[in-house]
Design a protein. Structure first.
Length: 437
């Protein structure tokens, strides 16, 4: 595949070599460039022979000398150079299939691109991966790769993902591990389907690939109210959640004795569903699976407490509010009680937002819509400012899932809104900077 060079950064190595927008990139040091990973890998050398085509004819080769790892300075129409690899599965638990109709088109897109796993930490199923791409991962030592496993039972994985290629997951992971590639894995657990004995099998087989399989996150299936015609599933009960935690802890204990690390972890949501306290920060080691909600509440508490201990208390009057999901509400409530001991005249109300938009089984802040925010906060005292976690706008960064903006929320609630990062220090700073001395 050849790609059009859209931009050339001024004074970059490529610009100095005379390369200009509109030329077609053919190869680097004789290697065809198929996408951004090829480009980034083969441009690293100090000496790069870059082959391009001008005006649709010929092949021009320029020898470029530069610093090692220095970017050539070329820009392309899309970051990946070609289209995203979309998901070919039809997973029985797929959240996108449970989205209500009428939302913006981008929310119905399903990515399953190995390049995004390496570049941005996305989780992939490996069902899109051709052998050529596996060989490239090994050659370039693209690591770590994040894999959605769900089960290591080939027949069950095909049943859950409705894709015959799903059966190959463990053999591909083994091949990557043998090549020294690090792998993080996740298992979306569905009651009665891939938990129980099947979970034991998955943990045993993945754990045997340590240290290259370096973490296993187990998360409960997320179910919205829009499941008509889909595979029959139910949310985890308290008893079922406890059973999952017991299995994971049994294997984690074995792994810790054998390897010195727990490796496998339940997500925070399993502890909340089971009615059990979230473990302390030291339980989670290096917090390898935060993106799967593993240890987020423990880390938030640790960061908040550390930041609070470094502050000098005051008697400044502050009056503000914070909205979050039901999952994080108890933890944040406790943290604000601790803050009150040091800042007695700081009033920060925390409101848990019920998810009427997707359904009450959804309790995370990242899936709260502006519609629910505005409706539920309208009658509440909000003080001088409303704090919202940035995860509520994570998809396009400027819109909620229901297409409303921060300005819409401010206009509806008649209060300024501050969007904050989801770490404990940022939370404390946002609260304390809301007052006046």
């Amino acid at each position: 595949m050849s790609v059009v060079i859209c931009t050339v950064e001024k004074d970059s190595p490529a610009y100095r070599a005379g390369i200009r927008p509109g030329e077609i990139l053919l190869s680097l040091n004789g290697h065809p460039i198929l996408d951004i990973l090829d480009y980034q890998f083969y441009m690293m050398e100090r000496s790069v022979a870059i082959a391009t085509r001008k005006d649709g004819v010929g092949c021009f080769v320029r020898k470029i000398h530069k610093e090692e790892y220095e970017d050539l300075g070329l820009g392309f129409e899309t970051y990946l150079m070609d289209k995203h690899h979309t998901c070919k599965n039809k997973c029985v638990f797929c959240f996108v299939d449970q989205m209500p109709p009428g939302m913006r088109e981008s929310l119905y897109e399903k990515d399953d691109d190995a390049r995004l796993s390496f570049l941005f930490g996305n989780y992939i199923t490996l069902t899109n991966l051709e052998q050529r791409e596996i060989e490239r991962i090994k050659l370039m030592h693209i690591s770590p790769i994040n894999v959605s496993v769900h089960t290591t039972n080939p027949e069950l994985r095909v049943k859950m993902m409705k894709n015959p290629r799903a059966a190959q997951v463990l053999s591909i992971i083994r091949e990557l591990c043998e090549a020294g590639i690090k792998v993080n894995t996740q298992i979306v657990l569905c009651p009665g389907l891939n938990d129980g004995e099947e979970l034991k099998r998955s943990l045993k087989e993945l754990g045997a690939l340590y240290p290259n399989v370096q973490s296993i996150a187990c998360v409960p299936v997320g179910l919205t109210d829009y499941r008509e015609g889909l595979f029959e599933l139910h949310p985890y009960t308290s008893r079922e959640a406890k059973e999952v935690i017991d299995i994971i802890h049994s294997f984690a204990g074995q792994f810790e004795k054998e390897y010195g690390e727990r490796i496998c972890y339940p997500s925070d949501e399993f502890f909340l569903k089971a009615g059990l306290p979230v473990p302390p920060p030291e339980y989670y080691g290096e917090f390898a699976q935060l993106e799967n909600g593993v240890g987020m509440l423990a880390l938030l508490s640790q960061e908040f407490e550390e930041a609070l201990s470094a502050k000098t208390g005051d008697t400044v009057e502050r009056n503000l509010s914070l909205a979050t999901g039901y999952a994080a509400y108890p933890t944040i409530k406790k943290l604000l009680v601790r803050m009150k001991e040091k800042f007695p005249k700081t009033q920060c109300r925390v409101y848990p937002i019920r998810n009427d938009f997707f359904g009450h089984n959804i309790t995370v802040a990242g899936l709260i819509t502006a519609t629910d925010l505005m409706k539920q906060l309208k009658p509440q005292p909000l003080g001088e400012r409303l704090l919202l976690p940035t995860v509520m706008l994570r998809h396009e960064q400027d819109k909620f899932l229901d297409d409303h903006t921060i300005a819409d929320v401010e206009n509806a609630l008649k209060v300024p809104v501050t969007v904050i990062e989801t770490d404990g220090a940022s939370l404390l700073d946002a609260i304390l900077h809301s007052g006046t001395a």
